[in-house]
Design a protein around this ligand. Structure first.
Ligand SMILES: [Zn+2]
Length: 251
């Protein structure tokens, strides 16, 4: 098989992935139609979905699946080998059913803003200290970024948050693209994160133009201005080199 043919095959696979995980292409898609593919009691797999499954520090979406005027509440969304698993408040859907999905958009939009804020804050912390970002956790009322740094002046953290707010106000566009793994790993900025790049053939790159590029499968806003303002709650030392900063967003 020629390289070009293989590349075309990869692109088809990636298009298929996009069709199934609609939030990867459009994070503002909060209503959609789909067909039920598989049912295991209250657990349902659809042919495609805009529901984000709990992963990468971002909580699952909440919302409803509607069959006609019958309503099923989505109480959990998880990644699965056979597709994204929607956990419903009750059984009753059947394979082949046509459904309409609606996502709790207030909740999701807050996660999108917080998630994008995590990228900016991580970029600033890395630029200022060289610290490796070890994780983040997004919640409704507050979020946190964890990083690893031997010596850390907690007072500096409010300066970093101010820098991050400066970037927010500069109205940077946020874009995504999907690249073959080798191409993604060749991007100079991604080298520091290479260990965190998922073991997938195609890697999704989220770029805050002029600020940061990361491999990420989460949902983000289109422009940093949508974040509003990052409010630092507190900075903590968690053990020898583990640091943690909590923040919320001003509405
Ligand atoms: Zn992200």
């Amino acid at each position: 098989m020629t390289f070009i043919a293989r590349k075309a095959e990869v692109r088809v696979a990636f298009t298929f992935l996009f069709m199934k995980e609609m939030y990867l292409e459009d994070s503002y898609l909060w209503a959609f139609d789909a067909t039920v593919e598989d049912v295991f009691g209250e657990l349902v797999i659809l042919d495609k979905t805009a529901f984000y499954p709990q992963s990468g520090g971002q909580p699952a979406d909440a919302g409803f699946l509607l069959r006609g005027d019958e309503q099923f509440r989505v109480v959990g969304v998880e990644p699965g080998e056979r597709g994204i698993k929607h956990i419903l408040d009750r059984a009753g859907l059947l394979p082949g059913d046509r459904i309409s999905g609606t996502i709790d958009s207030d909740r999701r939009y807050r996660f999108m803003r917080s998630h994008t804020a995590c990228h900016i804050l991580s970029a600033v912390i890395f630029q200022e200290t060289g610290a490796k970002i070890t994780g983040n956790q997004i919640e409704q009322s507050r979020s946190r970024v964890d990083f690893s740094l031997d010596s850390f002046d907690k007072a500096k953290m409010s300066e970093y948050v101010e820098k991050a707010n400066g970037i927010v106000d500069e109205r940077h566009a946020v874009t995504t693209k999907i690249l073959p793994r080798a191409e993604a790993l060749a991007l100079p900025d991604l080298v520091r994160l290479a260990k965190d790049v998922p073991d997938r053939e195609m890697i999704r790159i989220v770029e805050i133009e002029g600020v940061d590029r990361q491999a990420c499968g989460g949902t983000h806003v289109k422009n940093t201005a949508e974040i509003g303002k990052i409010i630092m709650i507190k900075a903590e030392n968690k053990g020898k080199a583990n640091r943690r900063v909590y923040f919320s967003l001003e509405d």
